[in-house]
Design a protein around this ligand. Structure first.
Ligand SMILES: *[C@@H]1O[C@H](CO)[C@@H](O)[C@H](O)[C@H]1NC(C)=O
Ligand SMILES: *[C@@H]1O[C@H](CO)[C@@H](O)[C@H](O)[C@H]1NC(C)=O
Ligand SMILES: *[C@@H]1O[C@H](CO)[C@@H](O)[C@H](O)[C@H]1NC(C)=O
Ligand SMILES: *[C@@H]1O[C@H](CO)[C@@H](O)[C@H](O)[C@H]1NC(C)=O
Ligand SMILES: *[C@@H]1O[C@H](CO)[C@@H](O)[C@H](O)[C@H]1NC(C)=O
Ligand SMILES: *[C@@H]1O[C@H](CO)[C@@H](O)[C@H](O)[C@H]1NC(C)=O
Length: 500
């Protein structure tokens, strides 16, 4: 509707101009002046209203948080301002983007709004993603990337069995209600009956400069059906414990729990030489790992595998929630996954944070990193490179970004298709459905806009692998929609290796 109204408003040149507010108010004044001079009342209120609506429209972001703390979200406000957005906190107004700090699907008023979104509206949370980000999530995920976990009291039996089998292991207790973590004596664990989360303690962490550290990797899920995940591992964060690990003492948390007052990488002697020359923490870390004759790429591969495995395991739980919403493409989510490494360079996934702290009050080095993380995220999901609102939803603009000619794959194969039963033929005319076409277009735009992000799922491939098809390890784990997108990436990869 809005697009149509706006269309008659002025020539594209005028509208594209960056100083358009100024220009249009000049036009308004001119019209007013002209009508007064001519004594003709062309400047009716309807006309005025039309001009206001058409010309002064800025895209709007609604920032929502239950305990709104502007300082905490300052980077979010600043970035949207720079992108030409106006801010509102009226959740039921006509916003284009919602930046929610809390989960909007758990608030009745908002959940209602989420169910009736317009196709162009975007929200930075995905329904059901809490199955990955909530504390207890990993006790269900299991797998080799997650330290053995138990939810008490339900899994008390299993826990005791595990303790009997491995009497020397120690455990940390995590509460659902607060962030405190500490190693607990077995007696203490067993005697309480309240709900809690027990996780095996990774007792042999790798140390740098004698300190334990964790690695935070930002990940954006742009869609769960089909599944598409991107990661910003190049901008991983490294947080070190404030106290040296040895001599170990479980009652001194600062030795092994990375808290609010962590030590940033630039304060750690082993990282300093690189950071002083303006290298990023990730590159400093990789250089350090190479200096002790290890291969950092093996670490990052495990990081990607862990995130992939978490999502493939939890998809069954997430999908029913996403499918309740009319337009699944409204939603995306930025999550920070926290990892630690043991001395064998094995990666463990400890936590996923649904609203990673992007505040940089204390540490200005973090400021630029947070800016870039957010900017890259909004680019990836197509917000920071919106066409001017006037044209955002207009067909020609959308076609400029991506049209059918950009997305067709498997040319030889398509010639031979006689029906639409094989996946490859579903990617060809005339089988290609409107829904799949839209998913592919969204995928194409993400690839073009991914900025500093790398595709994590569907995973990187070689042209040789693309020719073979989807790896065996994914058998029966992927939905039909995800298989189609995966096959589409393989088709693109065969035509142009920048898509591999
Ligand atoms: C839901 O969100 C609205 C808008 O921020 C707020 O007024 C209301 O208190 C929230 N409800 C609950 C139960 O948190
Ligand atoms: C457990 O630790 C004790 C002493 O620390 C040691 O003697 C014993 O061999 C360990 N047992 C296992 C199974 O590792
Ligand atoms: C969490 O730990 C801090 C410091 O160790 C302590 O002061 C606080 O009471 C703990 N909070 C809870 C809820 O246990
Ligand atoms: C561990 O630290 C606590 C608290 O600082 C101290 O009381 C205790 O003596 C320490 N234990 C050992 C074995 O050093
Ligand atoms: C976020 O991190 C900053 C330091 O970088 C800290 O001052 C602030 O308290 C943190 N906010 C939350 C909500 O944890
Ligand atoms: C714009 O695209 C939609 C959907 O593809 C189509 O239904 C509509 O007719 C198009 N409008 C124009 C003016 O081409």
């Amino acid at each position: 509707m809005r697009t149509k109204q706006r269309r008659g408003a002025g020539s594209p040149q005028e509208i594209k101009s960056s100083g358009r507010e100024v220009r249009f108010s000049e036009i308004k004044n001119y019209i007013l002046f002209a009508s007064v001079m001519a004594g003709i009342s062309i400047y009716s209120t309807t006309f005025m209203h039309l001009i206001e609506q058409n010309l002064d429209h800025k895209p709007t972001v609604c920032v929502w948080s239950l305990e709104i703390d502007r300082k905490h979200l300052q980077h979010v406000f600043d970035l949207f301002e720079r992108l030409g957005f106006q801010t509102t906190d009226e959740i039921d107004s006509d916003w284009d983007v919602m930046w929610a700090h809390n989960c909007p699907f758990f608030n009745q008023t908002l959940a209602q709004i989420m169910r009736n979104l317009k196709p162009h509206q975007r929200v930075n949370k995905i329904p059901g993603n809490n199955f990955v980000t909530q504390k207890m999530a990993f006790s269900i995920v299991g797998g080799s990337f997650v330290p053995k976990s138990f939810k008490l009291p339900e899994q008390h039996e299993a826990f005791l069995e595990y303790v009997n089998k491995f009497p020397n292991k120690s455990f940390v207790e995590k509460s659902i209600f607060h962030r405190n973590v500490s190693i607990k004596a077995l007696n203490d664990i067993s005697k309480h009956t309240s709900e809690k989360f027990i996780q095996e303690y990774v007792a042999n962490p790798i140390l740098i400069g004698g300190r334990k550290f964790d690695i935070g990797v930002y990940v954006v899920i742009t869609s769960v059906e089909p599944l598409r995940i991107y990661s910003l591992e190049g901008d991983a964060t490294f947080r070190f414990c404030t106290e040296p690990y040895e001599p170990f003492n479980a009652s001194i948390l600062e030795k092994y729990v990375i808290g609010k007052d962590y030590l940033p990488a630039y304060k750690v002697r082993e990282m300093q030489p690189y950071l002083k020359l303006s290298h990023k923490p990730k590159d400093a870390f990789d250089a350090y790992i190479r200096s002790i004759e290890k291969d950092p790429s093996a670490i990052w591969q495990q990081v990607r595998d862990a995130v992939e495995s978490v999502y493939l395991t939890r998809l069954d739980a997430i999908l029913p929630y996403v499918n309740k919403y009319k337009h699944k493409n409204n939603f995306f989510e930025l999550v920070r996954f926290d990892f630690i490494l043991d001395e064998n360079f094995k990666v463990y996934l400890l936590e996923a944070n649904m609203s990673p702290n992007l505040s940089s009050v204390k540490n200005s080095e973090n400021g630029i990193r947070h800016d870039q993380t957010l900017f890259s995220t909004l680019s990836l999901v197509g917000i920071s490179n919106f066409f001017t609102p006037l044209f955002q939803n207009e067909n020609r603009s959308r076609e400029m970004e991506v049209s059918k000619r950009n997305i067709m794959v498997y040319p030889e194969h398509c010639l031979k298709c006689t029906d639409c039963s094989s996946i490859n033929c579903q990617l060809c005319e005339p089988c290609l459905t409107e829904e799949l076409l839209n998913d592919i277009k969204a995928t194409y735009r993400e690839h073009k806009n991914k900025n500093r992000f790398k595709r994590l799922f569907p995973p990187k491939m070689t042209q040789e692998e693309a020719r073979i098809g989807i790896p065996f390890r994914f058998n029966e784990k992927l939905t039909m929609q995800t298989i189609q997108i995966y096959r589409w990436f393989q088709g693109k990869c065969l035509l142009d290796d920048s898509w591999c």
